[in-house]
Design a protein around this ligand. Structure first.
Ligand SMILES: [Zn+2]
Ligand SMILES: [Zn+2]
Length: 290
């Protein structure tokens, strides 16, 4: 055995012996380092409830699942709690400072199932977010089942925490932060409808530091942000800005738009199976009807 190979074998042995190290190394799905600025180790993010009656159960379960790291075996720091508050938005889901607004609507056959947008200042600080579910597709047979709805709701709100995906290849990592499809033969399978251990591990990493000020709303949000520069129709694909990344299979894309007030809006798009299959490497905004 060469010296190099011995070194590798030794490293692998050490890594296997220190199981905790393996776990830390595998939670690497921060979304661009984006996070809410806060001055305390734990904070509560308000989820503005603008969803219709059919979606209440999914929003409520997603909030509760993200508040329950113990269910996954995670016993470390829990920096982020969610609380559902009265919605302060509208069907277009205008963002409201310091909160995440959650909405569903018939946004049209534009190829996307779910959207998550966050507004960023000072490079990495989230000031407001929105999560939208597109009923134009969820009302169709393919997507109209509880597991698929729970998966997408759980994922879209968590993007506004600063989490990215654990996987985009369609396999189940048993987290809602993957692209397993709870459709067709898998419609009855509840895999990937809740967060897993690594999601809570990643949140603890993202929020390990404190900031000198806070971007989180501490009082009930009552009206949409008056910032007209930022408050555009984010469900209009032409408002998302530039395509900055897309997964191999074409189901996940992210876009960035720079606003006149100096902030940046970043959007994660969860495309339908059909939009992705049509042309996996295309910007699905421009590859024809869906
Ligand atoms: Zn910070
Ligand atoms: Zn996503």
């Amino acid at each position: 055995m060469t010296r190099l190979k011995q070194g590798w074998a030794l490293s692998a042995g050490v890594v296997l012996a220190l199981g905790v190290f393996v776990n830390v190394a595998s939670a690497t799905h921060s979304w661009g380092g984006y996070h809410w600025a806060r001055t305390t180790p734990q904070f509560t993010l308000k989820l503005g409830n603008n969803v219709s009656s059919g979606w209440q159960v999914y929003l409520s379960k997603a909030s509760s699942d993200w508040n329950s790291p113990q269910a996954t075996g995670w016993t470390g720091a829990q920096p982020l709690l969610t609380s559902i508050v009265a919605g302060a938005s509208n069907r277009r889901c205008s963002m409201v400072s310091g909160t995440t607004q959650v909405c569903d609507s018939n946004y049209g056959y534009n190829g996307w199932l779910g959207l998550a947008s966050i507004n960023i200042i000072n490079g990495q600080h989230i000031t407001q977010g929105s999560a939208k579910m597109n009923n134009s597709y969820f009302n169709l047979g393919t997507y109209n089942n509880p597991n698929e709805k729970q998966h997408v709701m759980c994922q879209e709100i968590a993007h506004t925490f600063g989490l990215d995906h654990q996987s985009t290849d369609g396999t189940s990592q048993n987290t809602c932060m993957d692209y397993y499809s709870n459709t067709g033969a898998n419609a009855e399978n509840p895999a990937s409808t809740t967060p897993n251990y690594h999601d809570f591990e990643e949140l603890a990493i993202i929020y390990a530091h404190l900031d000198s000020s806070s971007t989180v709303s501490s009082s009930p949000a009552t009206k949409p942000s008056p910032n007209a520069d930022v408050d555009v129709n984010d469900d209009d694909p032409n408002s998302w800005g530039m395509l900055v990344s897309q997964s191999n299979g074409g189901r996940s894309s992210s876009y960035e738009r720079f606003n006149r007030d100096g902030s940046k809006t970043v959007t994660h798009v969860y495309w339908t199976l059909e939009a992705a299959a049509k042309c996996p490497s295309c910007d699905h905004r421009y590859d024809g009807g869906h």
